[in-house]
Design a protein around this ligand. Structure first.
Ligand SMILES: Cc1cc2nc3c(=O)[nH]c(=O)nc-3n(C[C@H](O)[C@H](O)[C@H](O)COP(=O)(O)OP(=O)(O)OC[C@H]3O[C@@H](n4cnc5c(N)ncnc54)[C@H](O)[C@@H]3O)c2cc1C
Length: 399
């Protein structure tokens, strides 16, 4: 495999230390319990503390490339992402995929108004794409935008809207022209505090509330809030959907494998620690090998991106691989535990306070988020390998 990802030079040790000191001094204490996945804090107090934390990082100059158009140092960015991820508290608030859309298609005024405020935690965003009858087949979306003077009047409903309960703005797709298919959809910036917007949080099988339904009843959105050109929202959405898949596929698997080793040391099998059982060792070894394949898949993808030779199959491939190995690891974490794996969070007899059960339930979500794995396999086959297209109906699938 042709891979070259340079290791971080020792001249960056000072930057790393400065960042670590800053994190140690400012990391917030939250009531919220960190869990695997893209999870959302549950109280207004935690959200307020997170806004302060993210704002301080921004002020201190620890800024993520995804929120700025300025040149950033790639080594500093790698250190920043990895050190902040290790804190276990959110350092990006909301669903920030609109940043990519704004950078590629936004007006200078939109970029000025929204990118820094997203980076500093002042504005939290949600992505308003999926609907009850439009997920994979996103171009069949039913939310409508009718032009009325200098505003679009929006009516319809979205679902799966992560972070919407705390969001200030929404990255909305609505049909603004009476056509079908990819044409006639417009991408809009929606002020979530506008009259006519109703957010209804959903309780999921994990017991947490990460998604919402969002309803629009004659909501007025200024024409100035269109991202890109009216009717060309599909083009805008494609840019950010690729980023979404890359970010799901970029998730790490090493900690899941490390966690399995820890579980196997703690639980008994046939009168000895499970880690001593050959079958357990083989299965963990098998998953460790797959985790390593995922890491190199990520390096290969990054190498191709640096050389400008990315393939449309890159992001879908890392996304499918990550989500399926992650699900297998979570499943095995429960299997090794045996009957105690049925004990949920809060039960004093549960292992690691039911963490594995939550991880198992949430792991399914990664096989769906950013485009389901079945649809990703279609993209790999058709756009990556050049195989014949599967028969389509009148609308086209999420790219
Ligand atoms: C964790 C998470 C976070 C999310 N956050 C957001 C968000 O913030 N904003 C947002 O707008 N959406 C969000 N989503 C929604 C996500 O984009 C959709 O769930 C996804 O696109 C699938 O759509 P659907 O749920 O409607 O399933 P459907 O499209 O109804 O699919 C149902 C089943 O049919 C299969 N299928 C569909 N079409 C094909 C085909 N052509 N070939 C083979 N199989 C097919 C699918 O793979 C799936 O198994 C999120 C989802 C998850 C899991």
């Amino acid at each position: 495999m042709d891979v070259s990802v340079p290791s971080i030079p020792s001249t960056y040790d000072g930057y790393t230390q400065r960042l670590r000191d800053y994190i140690a001094a400012h990391k917030p204490d939250l009531r919220w319990k960190p869990r695997t996945g893209m999870r959302v804090p549950e109280t207004a107090e935690d959200i307020a503390a997170l806004r302060v934390w993210v704002g301080r990082l921004h002020e201190a100059g620890f800024r993520l490339a995804r929120f700025t158009e300025e040149e950033t140092d790639p080594f500093e960015q790698r250190i920043l992402e990895s050190e902040l991820a290790a804190t276990g508290v959110p350092y990006v608030l909301g669903n920030p995929l609109v940043a990519g859309a704004l950078k590629a298609f936004g007006t200078p005024e939109q970029k000025r108004q929204y990118l820094a405020s997203m980076s500093s935690g002042r504005h939290i965003w949600t992505q308003l794409f999926s609907e009850p009858n439009a997920g994979s087949d996103l171009t069949s979306l039913q939310t409508r935008g009718r032009l009325d003077g200098d505003a679009y009047v929006i009516d319809g409903q979205k679902v799966w809207s992560t972070w919407a309960q705390w969001s200030d703005f929404g990255y909305l797709l609505a049909r603004t022209e009476p056509t079908t298919g990819a044409g006639g959809i417009t991408a809009l910036i929606l002020d979530m505090h506008s009259p006519g917007v109703e957010v209804r949080p959903l309780r999921e099988m994990t017991g947490t509330t990460d998604f919402n339904e969002v309803f629009f009843d004659s909501v007025r959105v200024p024409v100035a809030n269109v991202i890109g050109q009216p009717g060309e929202g599909w083009k805008v959405a494609q840019a950010s959907l690729i980023t979404e898949r890359s970010s799901v596929g970029g998730g790490g698997l090493a900690s899941a494998v490390g966690g399995l080793l820890a579980v196997a040391r703690q639980v008994d099998r046939n009168g000895q620690a499970a880690i001593r059982d050959q079958a357990v060792r083989q299965q963990i070894g098998h998953l460790a090998a797959k985790a390593l394949v995922h890491r190199y898949l990520g390096y290969a993808t990054a190498t191709r991106a640096l050389r400008g030779s990315s393939s449309p199959a890159d992001a879908p491939m890392t996304k499918v691989w990550f989500s399926e190995v992650n699900l297998a690891a979570a499943d095995y974490g429960l299997q090794i535990q045996g009957p105690i794996s049925a004990l949920a969070e809060g039960d004093p007899e549960s292992l690691e306070d039911g963490r594995w059960q939550d991880m198992f339930l949430y792991a399914r979500a990664w096989t769906i988020a950013g485009g389901s794995n079945e649809v990703m396999r279609n993209v790999i086959a058709e756009r990556g390998l050049g195989l014949p297209r599967e028969p389509r109906g009148t609308t086209s699938s999420k790219p």
